[in-house]
Design a protein. Structure first.
Length: 382
């Protein structure tokens, strides 16, 4: 099976050299726009490409406002703050996620509160979310949801669309509304994915994107805060620009701010990359279809989108039969110049999160023992 898969991937990418997990693809106006930025001398956080990138992303996702940040973690930090996450409160999220999700919660001096994922979507389970809240939470007279076990306010719910596969958003939105919990949508991996025809990143009170070098489009490093709320949008732009009060020459800052704005150079890359996104999405769907076909022929399960959603197939994902086979698959592929990776170590197992409450993590543990990510770069050979 291992040799069969190695040969398949080498034929897919038409090389026997090293095949990365996900490398960036620059085939459009990237160099042209970068040169325009250099010629303009506006290479830092002020410039035409920053504004253009924000406008283009907002239009593509289908939201009113987009605020560009230096990376996805910075976007998540500010989105959580604006959602009302504060010291000694809690944020419901999934344990099967990248560490940045929990780091951003900690930046707010809050604690992650882990709920199990769904095996089909790999993201936060609506069923487990509802069960947790029914068993452990209550909306009090102050209008906020409180954890009866810890006596802390549950200040946000933060689901992530793992590897680009949308969670069950309708149910999660309904549950969050019922319990008066703001929804912050972690769409860092799902640009281009949709749920019942609506783009991910447009469901939360606030949502975030990432444009890291390994994402479906990249600005090198970069992120975006998305919202339909004008007040939150203005606050996000103000706070990420060191909370500087606008003036022609005076320096005044009216609150603690952050130097989180995206440089114009990076935004120029983003504008060019977004122009290519439809082509990338088609290409990656074709690659996923090839993996699904190979998996069907070899009795290997690949994660696929649910009937109610359309995934961007950012990273194709294998579900091995058990942990032993997963480890062997990783060993054989990496020793043969094919970069594969396991899923992240679950957050509830990290030493830094041992002060966090969590319930039954059956699906999280089951998936972490079996997931392998396989090469998923845009394939120009196709």
């Amino acid at each position: 099976m291992y040799d069969n898969f190695i040969n398949f991937v080498q034929k897919l990418y038409k090389t026997t050299e090293f095949i990365p997990l996900h490398s960036p693809c620059f085939i459009g106006n990237e160099k042209k726009y970068l040169l325009e930025t250099i010629d303009s001398t506006f290479v830092s956080s002020v410039g035409g490409f920053v504004n253009r990138f924000e406008e283009d992303i907002a239009k593509y996702v289908g939201v009113k406002y987009a605020i560009a940040t230096v990376n996805g973690t910075a976007a998540l930090h500010i989105a959580l703050k604006l959602a009302g996450v504060s010291e000694d409160s809690e944020v419901i999220t999934q344990s099967l996620t990248f560490v940045a999700t929990c780091n951003a919660i900690r930046y707010c001096n809050a604690r992650p509160l882990f709920v199990d994922v769904d095996r089909k979507t790999l993201g936060l389970s609506a069923e487990n979310l509802e069960y947790f809240l029914q068993s452990n939470a209550e909306v009090r007279s102050d209008g906020f949801c409180w954890n009866k076990i810890s006596n802390r306010k549950i200040s946000a719910c933060l689901p992530m669309h793992t590897f680009g596969f949308p969670v069950d958003l309708n149910r999660i939105v309904t549950i969050c509304n019922q319990y008066k919990i703001p929804l912050v949508e972690e769409a860092t991996e799902s640009l281009g994915s949709s749920y019942y025809g609506q783009k991910t990143g447009s469901f939360g009170e606030l949502s975030v994107l990432s444009f890291n070098g390994n994402k479906i489009i990249t600005t090198g490093g970069g992120g975006m805060i998305l919202t339909n709320n004008e007040r939150l949008a203005k606050s996000a732009k103000h706070i990420t620009t060191t909370a500087k009060v606008p003036h022609k020459w005076k320096f005044n800052h009216d609150s603690i701010g952050y130097n989180y704005r995206l440089p114009n150079l990076n935004a120029a890359l983003g504008v060019a990359q977004l122009e290519l996104l439809p082509r990338y999405l088609k290409n990656k769907r074709d690659i996923s279809n090839e993996y699904q076909k190979w998996g069907h022929e070899n009795n290997i399960e690949f994660v696929k989108e649910c009937d109610n959603s359309k995934a961007n197939y950012w990273i194709n994902t294998v579900i091995m039969e058990n942990k032993k086979l997963k480890e062997q698959f990783l060993k054989e592929t990496n020793e043969n110049n094919i970069m594969t990776r396991p899923v992240w170590r679950p957050m509830h197992k990290l030493l830094i999160n041992q002060d966090c409450q969590y319930g039954d993590m059956e699906n999280t543990n089951w998936l972490s023992d079996r997931i392998v990510n396989v090469p998923s770069s845009v394939n120009l050979q196709r």
